[in-house]
Design a protein around this ligand. Structure first.
Ligand code: BJW
Ligand code: ZN
Length: 243
């Protein structure tokens, strides 16, 4: 695989590196993405279910979708793309992995400095009082999970129109604002504020790399676009980094 010399130079010289990941990095683990139509989501339109309104209108349907995904994620494993990021992290003292994914696969792979922008699918919280729960949720018996305060329990993820977790968001922008190398991997770069992070990095002078199977709004802006699967490209980058 050919990499431009400018990229290899930054890869070796950079001290501050940020990686932003999206659903594409987990695709090779068997987790479907949001915007690719691959049949697995045929029963649901994921983007219509990831809203507060959908939960208010039909909490059972939304819970069914999340429990289906929780089960799916439990049975999959990190892929070579996740594992390569663990190796890349070891090369830099200042490395931040910002993920939009809720599947927890980066942590399971062994990445350490992770900021989860959109929450974590295995956690739940009360819609009313915000109390958090990490236990199993079941829809058996026909009821819906509820909190001791009487409020409805929902998945602890960020839906459209909701604010992102404060600490993860501020940490992500702080890291972005000091990045020398920024990699955007497997994201359609459509959902804000995550989508603005590569642009901020580029604006402050970072070298911007995109790894994706398809062009995105970022492709024309980045310094280096690598077309391909993250599970194949990222291990190649690790090889170039050397021991
Ligand atoms: C591969 C591959 C392989 C496949 N290798 N690649 C500024 C401008 C315009 C709008 C807004 C704005 N600021 C805020 C908004 C509103 C909104 C927004 O962004 N809307 C746009 C869609 C227009 N944002 C929000 O509401 C956010 N909240 C917020 O900003 O609060 C303040 C505020 C509110 C209201 C107004 C203004 C300010 C919250 C966003 C929450 C997103 N939530 C979801 C669901 C999470 C829970 C769950 O998992 O169920 O997050 S939606 C969904 O999209 C999910 C993802 O994290 C997110 C991004 O998707 P991602 O990861 O990019 O996946 P895909 O499927 O889109 O792309 C996969 C890519 O992988 C593709 O490109 C493939 O080609 C590629 N690929 N296989 C490499 N092997
Ligand atoms: Zn409650």
């Amino acid at each position: 695989m050919d990499f431009p010399q400018a990229f290899l130079d930054v890869l070796h010289a950079a001290k501050r590196v940020v990686v932003l990941t999206g659903a594409g990095i987990s695709k090779e683990s068997g987790v479907p993405t949001f915007r690719d139509k691959d049949g697995l989501w045929a029963r649901y339109d994921p983007l219509e279910l990831a809203t507060v309104q959908a939960f208010l209108d039909n909490p059972r349907l939304v819970w069914e979708w999340y429990l289906y995904r929780r089960n799916l994620i439990r049975d999959v494993s990190p892929n070579p793309g996740h594992l390569a990021l663990v190796e890349i992290e070891k090369h830099y003292d200042d490395f931040t992995l910002i993920t939009q994914n809720v599947d927890g696969l980066h942590r399971r792979a062994g990445s350490e400095n992770i900021l989860e922008l959109h929450g974590n699918i295995v956690l739940s919280k009360c819609f009313e009082c915000g109390a958090r729960f990490d236990g199993e949720v079941t829809l058996e018996g026909g009821g819906l999970p509820s909190c001791h305060c009487g409020g409805r329990i929902r998945p602890d993820v960020v839906w459209f129109g909701e604010t992102l977790p404060e600490k993860a968001l501020s940490g992500a922008f702080e890291a972005t604002n000091r990045a020398e190398l920024f990699l955007s991997i497997g994201t359609s770069a459509l959902v804000h504020p995550a989508a603005s992070m590569p642009l901020v990095a580029k604006q402050i002078g970072a070298y911007l790399v995109e790894v994706n199977l398809e062009p995105t709004p970022l492709t024309g802006v980045c310094d280096f676009y690598v077309h391909g699967k993250s599970g194949e490209i990222l291990p190649e980058i690790v090889k170039r980094l050397g021991p």
